[in-house]
Design a protein around this ligand. Structure first.
Ligand code: C2E
Ligand code: CA
Ligand code: CA
Length: 561
């Protein structure tokens, strides 16, 4: 017996194996007709008895099979190990569901099966929590966008099979951005946590809640009978928010009534939510045929734009700006026009947002810069013209990362003097990444360009922006100017305050949308420097402007008061 020749070593090893914290069992195969029919327990260490199964040496596997976890095939693994001489490993959950084991089985040369188990519960739980953290929003503990996409695919499949309806309510917390700006990120986070708690209280049975991103939450209501029940859910949620003094707006889309496509379902609910915001916020609206039409129109614009651009169907118009006191021409604002052969003239207010969304604004915007610069340069050379060219730049262009190179290229192509050009931006440019926007604009100014803040008085109009941005000009929005002549004088007071403050800051002020002599007179009194509006000149074609610049003062098209 070879074992006896190693008695001392064997004793040492037995002690070691009895002491180690790794459960270990040794089994020997029993044969019937040359086939392994069972196993006998030769040895098991105390750790095996304690943390796996309490067995006795000499017992047969077939007699104690019930005690082994059914989540792994012990017999099969041990038999394979004996027959092949290879090691087999398997991960399984203990019968009581509490411990995860990694089981390793290998046969010795004389066909004894040695099985060891490692408790990997902590590792498995950690991996699980990592997986969970990928699908859970850290701030609110709600399932996140990743989880939403996983679920919605199944929900759509299920609804299709059972021919059921389900709805999505896309919610957005109102005014969170301005709260973040005025009270800080932390205050905003607290509102989001509170909002998440309210949404979460609706998460039961057929209703699931997700944090989709930022201040957006999605409610999915499965198996609904009528579209109306979504309004009921929406209204109940709004009421819960009323009690907490938080405003939210929501948009509903329904499968399959509105669409069967996942992305459209989200898009439509998002569109309906934006309509709810436009209609005055803190309400829920359902996606409807009007929204569908406008959606389809935008898709059409998006598809038509590139070929239309290639075909030269975009054109720049120019609107004059006049110095009020001297009545001299200050310069022009370049305004984009799209004359589509089938659709006619499309307003930039309609197509620019679409171009921004599709990214085509980058191509269009670069063309606008080049064309406007080229006009400026040509006019200076041909007509002894000394004005400024104002060019609108979309936030998408500015934040694209290559705006400075695009500008540089346009300067190089056209030979324009940057100090004769003003780049018009809106506060929208500051929304996403204020620091970056300020950095880009500082560089634009360093290159010699003027920078004008457009549409002041709409949007957030934070005075902070006036300090942050390297501005040279401020354009007061036409909505202000047009209410200047209203009786109560509020607009006049505000306009007065804006003009005097901005003038003190050394900036030029341009009043936009001046249509009436009365408005012009008030602006003159308020010491506003420049006017731009239909009263003094509408946006006009290059040809008209060139006629004017060549001496035909009658060429300008304007409103007679
Ligand atoms: P904006 O930059 O505020 O341009 C001024 C708008 O006010 C122009 O509208 C102009 O036609 C209009 N306007 C000027 N005077 C009067 C007036 O007395 N009364 C009224 N009611 N309106 C007046 P337009 O050309 O339709 O452009 C709309 C907007 O589209 C622009 O507003 C600007 O935001 C955008 N846009 C136009 N061209 C471009 C462009 O080349 N690039 C970018 N990114 N945006 C552009
Ligand atoms: Ca503008
Ligand atoms: Ca404007």
């Amino acid at each position: 017996m070879i074992y006896n020749t190693f008695t001392v070593t064997e004793v040492i090893f037995k002690k070691v194996i009895d002491t180690i914290k790794i459960p270990l069992i040794v089994l020997s195969p029993l044969y019937e007709n040359d086939k392994i029919s069972d196993f006998k327990v030769e040895y098991l260490n105390p750790e095996f008895k304690k943390s796996v199964i309490s067995l006795n040496e000499g017992q047969k596997y077939s007699d104690v099979r019930e005690k082994f976890s059914k989540n792994v095939d012990w017999f099969e693994m041990c038999a394979e190990a004996v027959l092949t001489g290879k090691m087999f490993a398997e991960t399984f959950l203990s019968s009581n569901g509490e411990t995860w084991f990694s089981l390793e089985v290998k046969a010795t040369e004389d066909k004894l099966v040695v099985a060891t188990l490692t408790d990997i519960t902590a590792k498995v739980r950690y991996t699980e929590s990592l997986k969970l953290s990928l699908v859970t929003d850290a701030l609110t503990a709600l399932p996140n966008r990743v989880q939403f996409y996983k679920d919605i695919n199944k929900i759509i499949q299920n609804a299709a099979e059972k021919k059921e309806k389900f709805g999505i309510i896309f919610f957005d917390v109102d005014n969170l951005k301005s709260l973040n700006d005025s009270k800080g990120q932390q205050a905003g986070d607290l509102i989001l946590i509170k909002a998440a708690r309210i949404f979460k209280s609706f998460d039961h049975n057929n209703i699931s809640v997700y944090r989709f991103g930022g201040d957006e939450f999605i409610i999915v209501a499965k198996n609904i009978e009528h579209a109306d029940s979504l309004y009921t859910i929406g209204d109940t949620i709004l009421e819960a928010f009323n009690n907490e003094n938080i405003d939210v707006s929501g948009g509903i889309s329904i499968y399959p009534d509105n669409t069967t496509e996942r992305e459209d379902l989200i898009k439509f609910s998002d569109l309906a939510m934006h309509e709810a915001k436009k209609a005055g916020k803190h309400r829920v609206m359902m996606f409807n045929s009007e929204m569908q039409k406008s959606f389809l129109r935008k898709v059409m614009y998006k598809n038509k734009m590139p070929t239309s651009f290639e075909n030269g169907e975009f054109e720049l118009f120019f609107q004059p700006q006049f110095d009020i006191s001297s009545n001299t021409l200050r310069g022009f604002e370049a305004l984009l026009r799209w004359d589509e052969p089938e659709l006619g003239n499309i307003s930039p207010e309609d197509f620019i947002p679409v171009a921004e969304e599709s990214g085509f604004i980058l191509t269009l915007g670069e063309w606008v810069l080049n064309t406007a610069f080229e006009c400026q340069r040509t006019w200076e050379e041909k007509y002894d013209y000394h004005g400024t060219m104002s060019v609108n730049a979309s936030p998408v262009q500015l934040m694209n990362g290559d705006f400075l190179e695009v500008l540089e290229r346009a300067v190089k192509n056209t030979g324009v003097n940057p100090s004769h050009v003003e780049i018009e931006v809106t506060e929208g440019v500051l929304i996403k990444d204020t620091d970056n926007a300020v950095a880009v604009l500082n560089k634009v100014k360093e290159k010699g360009f003027g920078i004008s803040l457009d549409d002041f008085g709409t949007g957030y109009s934070s005075l902070r922006y006036l300090q942050l941005l390297p501005l040279t000009t401020l354009k007061i929005d036409k909505s202000f100017i047009q209410s200047l002549t209203e009786k109560n004088g509020v607009s006049e007071n505000i306009t007065n305050a804006i003009i005097s403050m901005v003038t003190k800051m050394g900036l030029d002020t341009i009043a936009e949308g001046v249509e009436k002599v009365d408005q012009l007179l008030i602006l003159q009194e308020l010491n506003c420097k420049t006017v731009q509006g239909f009263l003094r000149g509408k946006p006009m074609s290059r040809k008209t402007i060139e006629e004017y610049l060549s001496g035909n003062k009658e060429a300008l098209v304007y409103l007679k008061d």
